[in-house]
Design a protein. Structure first.
Length: 420
């Protein structure tokens, strides 16, 4: 048993509805789970044998959850000057070809997970490349770190270079084999992953829809309505479809457990169908500004939709969920919808967990939840420290770290009940 002392943050509900949060003095952890929260005196008296670690005024939170990333793009993060389609052609596809080499895939998977853990992120949901080896490498690296993690083979059978194309049949077979080998192993989950409609034929989308019907406990992730010229391309490729979402819906790729990245330029029909079917959306604010895509409507978080937050590495420009929260705040300001710090923090933890349908296991500090924790120094630089001196409550103390913090603010990370 371990007891961690600090400002222990627990959400009692969704702050986009009328949910509240509270701060406890201590959290007890054993066997990889949260046992209890409460006062320091009560927990130490109840568990006199426990090891006690005192983090002072640090915020102790559920670890960050990054709900949409491309780990293979780790090395091309912050590449200059492109928008979505030429970003893929100039940077992404040449880099993704290198993942045919399992040793390179493992090197980048290790590097990526070390970077995300250093930033306090304890769960990611990632696209791999077309190569099954890239999924194997990622899952092995996540398993070695005892992480709860989500990943899937990216499927593309058109509009991509020869060496990055599979077929409807091979995508189905490879994904099925990977799913059977890895889904539910330790803390790992397989995710059915067509990249997006422009790079999959209707036949491939249908094959993946069939696979999802056979394994409805898996998530399905893809991209939706990121840029306007992408949407026009989808209309040209799928002239029979009512809209972009319909290209997925028609092939059985819409429903509970469908996780759509970006979803910026939605029609009224698309919004209504997403809500009716219980799908999840993932807001990728640093990517949406870096690639020049647009401003996500955070008002959707006040509907029945499940909304997560993500870096979209490497289209996004940071590995840090703090920087990502800051960008979400800035995008909110541009839409006249400034998010409260509690809403930003909730998106990066419980919101992303809900988007991945894992909110009963990760993303909050409550008895029985898995003990993935981040310990955040709220005075990690002189600039942040001086800004917190006039704080009147925990959220005004946290906000300067959201806006100005980075990996220097991450004092400690606990994974599955153990410090890293
Ligand atoms: Zn993406």
């Amino acid at each position: 048993m371990d007891i961690l002392l600090g400002q222990v943050l627990r959400f009692d509900g969704d702050p986009f509805a009328d949910g509240t949060s509270r701060i406890d003095e201590a959290v007890a952890v054993a066997g990889g789970r949260i046992v209890a929260t409460g006062t320091k005196d009560a927990l130490c008296a109840a568990h006199p044998q426990a090891r006690v670690t005192d983090y002072g005024r640090c915020l102790i939170s559920a670890g960050f959850i990054d709900a949409h990333v491309h780990y293979p793009q780790t090395a091309i993060i912050a590449s200059w000057g492109k928008r979505l389609i030429d970003w893929l052609e100039s940077y992404t596809f040449p880099e993704e070809m290198r993942f045919a080499d399992p040793a390179y895939a493992r090197e980048i998977a290790d590097r990526y997970l070390d970077l995300t853990l250093a930033n306090g992120t304890t769960t990611v949901c990632t696209y791999a490349t077309i190569h099954p080896e890239s999924v194997e490498a990622f899952f092995a690296a996540a398993q070695a770190r005892d992480l709860r993690a989500f990943a899937g083979k990216t499927c593309m059978d058109r509009n991509a270079p020869d060496r990055l194309r599979d077929t409807a049949r091979s995508a189905y077979d490879d994904c099925k084999r990977l799913l059977e080998a890895w889904h539910g192993q330790d803390r790992l989950s397989y995710v059915i992953t067509p990249r997006f409609s422009p790079t999959s034929t209707p036949e491939q989308l249908a094959a993946l829809g069939a696979l999802w019907r056979e394994h409805p406990d898996c998530l399905m992730q893809t991209h939706l309505s990121e840029q306007t010229d992408e949407i026009e391309w989808v209309q040209a490729l799928f002239p029979q479809s009512r809209d972009y979402l319909d290209t997925y819906e028609a092939q059985g790729l819409l429903g509970e457990g469908a996780v759509f990245g970006h979803a910026i330029h939605l029609t009224e029909r698309e919004r209504a169908r997403l809500m009716d079917t219980g799908a999840s959306l993932v807001h990728c604010p640093t990517s949406n500004t870096f690639i020049g895509s647009g401003l996500f409507d955070m008002g959707l978080a006040r509907t029945s939709l499940r909304i997560g937050l993500a870096t979209d590495t490497g289209g996004g420009s940071s590995f840090s969920m703090l920087r990502t929260m800051a960008a979400a705040y800035e995008v909110g300001q541009l839409r006249r919808d400034p998010l409260h710090p509690s809403q930003l923090w909730w998106l990066a933890t419980q919101g992303s967990a809900r988007a991945l349908r894992a909110e009963d296991r990760i993303g909050n500090i409550a008895p029985g939840m898995e003990a993935d924790l981040v310990v955040v120094d709220l005075a990690s630089t002189p600039a942040i420290e001086q800004a917190t001196r006039r704080a009147t409550d925990v959220w005004s103390e946290v906000f300067p770290t959201i806006m100005m913090g980075d990996d220097r603010a991450i004092r400690a990370v606990w994974v599955n009940g153990r410090p890293r």
